[in-house]
Design a protein around this ligand. Structure first.
Ligand code: 3HC
Ligand code: NAI
Length: 696
């Protein structure tokens, strides 16, 4: 028998166990093993029913993503069909995940049962493909095309209780062993005269308008991509075509997607984000300190968001501020944000109450002294932060993690205010902290490996993507983004308008243009950092247009005007003639003249400046590998995932082309475009930017 699939018998029930750690992907030998096991069960006269189950932590997490794009032998017998064709009932027994090909095989089975904590889904769209193992043809027959469309186009993991309600599962196993329950279930159904086979079912009644409705709904989000549209097409085919023909068309559309640019980029994103979270700064197996209670110091925008993040993860958190009124306002804002989620339907009232119960406002350091982690989110001033850390050092229990949410300040200076710098690290959340998934974990000179491992574990617990990096002004994410922020304003001096730049970047794939994002975040935030950098370094290019806006009190959406103007109560940006006039005036004063830009030049000008800076950051060892930069751009800045990440995308343009452009702009615009030596070396060798690493 196969090494990765085992067949055993318990009385009249044959048990097929997939055992391919860590998540039972359908890797080499697994499909063959399942086929062989089903054949064996069918042939064995003592077997009257079968169970398909996963060993270890999961049922089957889907096809082996590493095998995609590599060519594979033609499949003559498909596991889902062979399972379904079995004359003896097969029960899928699901724990952990039944995703993609995992759920498709389960849909080939005659019955499906699961433990309440299991999740099922067809997440193929998230890696740029479609369910190519019959999922698009069976799921609509089982739960109706509307619910199937929603699942397949979103790719979401559906919790078992919901899957039961939808009709994907036949039963939840509330107590006891899943395997025993599955055997008992199999014995109950082994004498049923007719086996339920999904392929033989008709399509449930539905409104034919659902396809166009979902196309309209995803039009903006799915622009530049093929997979979501192909997914919809497949479900539409299921509704109008016999099963076998539908399967043929599903396969053809799957093959069209497998090697598409978007699928390759999304596979890269899948593996690189996992790689990025394994830091060369932290040896494998480094123990993490347990965290059962958290504290946040500073109840402003970020402190409130961080406290919510803790509560969302079920971690009790105390929040304090120097100012009782600010604390009360912070708690009010937290309450309002949760209430808005309840109104939107993304959270229920009980969930809101449970979260609020975990957040306790307190008015003294004594009240937080026993927490396992303190996260500081006070004003962005070294002096203020040092004072807070002096106090934390005095009051916090030994071993507590002392973390700062600074976006740019020197971690070592902050750590030096304590007698335990090894316990201090940066934990840089992105705004809004309860939404954005990136956590930049900044290692100070003296931060211990154990503390880094503990913050990595905390990130996971908080459902964040934690990436460790070194200490410098702006760390990796904001530092690599800073030249982009400069160039976007300089483009205005040279002839572009905010709405034109925003349109180019939205068409490239960002959910919002950078000027609209600036208005949302508040223009005073960038201003403060810019002034600090200008004061520290005379080579920093001033941005008179951006400064003038702040001077005019146009701080963004919160003041009703920034790069755009906003009508009361609305978040829709309107181009503003006053801004256009300001831009023209500054252009005229600079004497540089105005010219036209096309979208490609805008995109390249912004992103290449960041690629160049990212190469410097890697060269200096602040980031160690390109995957770290790419992961930060995906999760910190909304970079379009189907373009892989900043460095991956630059490779699709070509390292030599990128270098050539940067060198030309160096000639034209001066020192801020000086090519990074690492970039030059990569270009000389024709080596991909995604392979950039420190010490190369
Ligand atoms: N193929 C190959 N490797 C996989 C994999 C897959 N489908 N799913 C997970 N892995 C690997 C991960 O890369 C990781 O490897 P590493 O330890 O070397 O980094 C390891 O398994 C553990 O994965 P995670 O760290 O992600 O573990 P989690 O417990 O956090 O998450 C999971 C588990 C939810 C299953 C998550 O791994 C996941 O979403 N996997 C992808 C699921 C998926 O997309 N399935 C559909 C595949 S396409 C398909 O089935 C096509 C079919 O229709 C024909
Ligand atoms: P904020 O001004 O909204 O909140 C700061 C809070 O700290 C205020 O409520 C203030 O009363 C409190 N505070 C000040 N001194 C204190 C002290 N000594 N003890 C206790 N509380 C004190 O600022 P925001 O935006 O929340 O930023 C906080 C930190 O997070 C800064 O370091 C900032 O750079 C960083 N950050 C901000 C981001 C943003 O987009 N706003 C993004 C990522 C990081």
């Amino acid at each position: 028998m196969s090494e990765v699939v085992h067949f055993t018998r318990q009385g009249p029930v044959g048990i097929i166990t997939v055992d391919y750690p860590p998540v039972n992907a359908l890797g080499p030998g697994v499909r063959e093993g399942i086929l062989e096991a089903v054949d064996r069960g069918v042939a064995d006269t003592q077997v009257r029913a079968m169970v398909l189950i996963g060993a270890g932590r999961s049922f089957i997490a889907g096809a082996d993503i590493r095998g995609f794009g590599k060519g594979r032998p033609t499949v003559t017998r498909r596991t889902h069909d062979v399972l379904e064709a079995s004359p003896k009932p097969v029960v899928a027994a699901i724990h952990g995940y039944a995703l993609g090909g995992g759920l498709e095989n389960a849909l080939g089975c005659h019955y499906r049962i699961a433990v309440p904590g299991a999740r099922v889904g067809l997440p193929e769209v998230l890696i740029g493909i479609l369910p190519g193992g019959g999922g698009t043809q069976r799921l609509p027959r089982l739960i109706g095309p509307e619910a199937a469309l929603e699942m397949i186009v979103s790719g979401r993991h559906v919790p078992a209780p919901e899957a039961l309600e939808l009709g994907i599962l036949d039963e939840l196993v509330e107590g006891g062993e899943l395997r025993d329950a599955a055997v008992a279930f199999a014995m109950r159904v082994m004498d049923e005269p007719v086996l339920p086979r999904i392929s033989e079912r008709g399509i449930p009644d539905h409104d034919p308008g659902i396809f166009d409705a979902i196309r309209r709904r995803i039009a903006r989000r799915a622009r530049n991509q093929k997979a979501p549209w192909h997914c919809i097409r497949c479900v539409e085919i299921a509704c109008s075509t016999p099963f076998e023909d539908g399967i043929r068309q599903e396969r053809a559309l799957f093959e069209e997607l497998e090697n598409s640019e978007e699928a390759k980029a999304l596979r890269y994103a899948f593996f690189s984000e996992r790689e990025a979270q394994r830091s060369p700064h932290v040896s494998r197996g480094t123990p993490a300190r347990p965290v059962a209670a958290a504290a946040v110091v500073g109840a402003g925008t970020m402190g409130g968001g961080i406290a919510m993040t803790c509560a969302d993860a079920g971690l009790p958190v105390k929040i304090m501020d120097k100012d009782p009124e600010t604390l009360a306002r912070g708690m009010e804002r937290i309450g309002k944000t949760y209430a808005a989620s309840v109104e939107r339907g993304s959270l229920d009232a009980a969930g809101m109450a449970a979260r609020l119960a975990l957040i306790e406002p307190v008015d003294s350091y004594d009240a937080i002294a026993g927490a396992d982690v303190a996260i500081e989110a006070v004003f962005e001033e070294t002096g203020v932060k040092r004072e807070v850390f002096e106090t934390l050092d005095r009051v916090m229990k030994p071993g507590a993690l002392l973390l700062t949410n600074t976006s740019a300040l020197d971690i070592d200076e902050i750590a030096a205010a304590t007698g335990r710098p090894e316990d201090v690290a940066g934990a840089h959340f992105f705004s809004p902290a309860n939404v954005m998934k990136l956590l930049e974990i900044v290692r100070g000179e003296r931060t211990s490996e154990e503390v880094l491992a503990s913050v990595q574990a905390l990130a996971k617990r908080l459902a964040k993507v934690g990436v460790v990096c070194g200490n410098c002004d702006g760390f990796v994410a904001n530092r690599s983004r800073a030249p982009f922020n400069t160039e976007m304003v300089l483009l205005l001096e040279e002839g572009a308008l905010p709405e034109q730049v925003d349109k180019a970047m939205v068409e490239f794939g960002y959910p919002m243009g950078p000027f609209a994002v600036g208005d949302l975040a508040g223009l005073d935030i960038g201003y403060a950092g810019r002034k600090r950098r200008e004061a520290a370094d005379p080579a920093v290019r001033p941005l008179p247009i951006a400064d003038a806006l702040v001077g005019m009190g146009r701080l963004g959406m919160k003041t009703g005007a920034g790069w755009y103007r906003y009508e009361a109560g609305s978040r829709t940006p309107h181009p503003d003639p006053e801004v256009a006039a300001l831009i023209r005036r500054v252009s005229d004063e600079s004497g540089a003249g105005r010219r036209d830009f096309d979208d490609e030049e805008i995109v390249q000008r912004l992103l290449f400046s960041s690629v160049n800076e990212a190469c410097r950051i890697i060269e200096e060892g602040i980031a160690r590998r390109a995957v770290e930069v790419d992961t930060m751009w995906l999760y910190g800045f909304g970079f379009p995932r189907y373009r892989g990440g900043l460095m991956y995308w630059a490779d699709t343009v070509g390292v030599r082309e990128v270098y050539g452009r940067i060198a030309a702009w160096h000639q034209r615009y001066g020192e801020r475009w000086a090519p990074s030596p690492l970039l030059r070396r990569l270009a000389e060798r024709g080596a991909p930017l995604t392979e950039a690493m420190t010490d190369m």
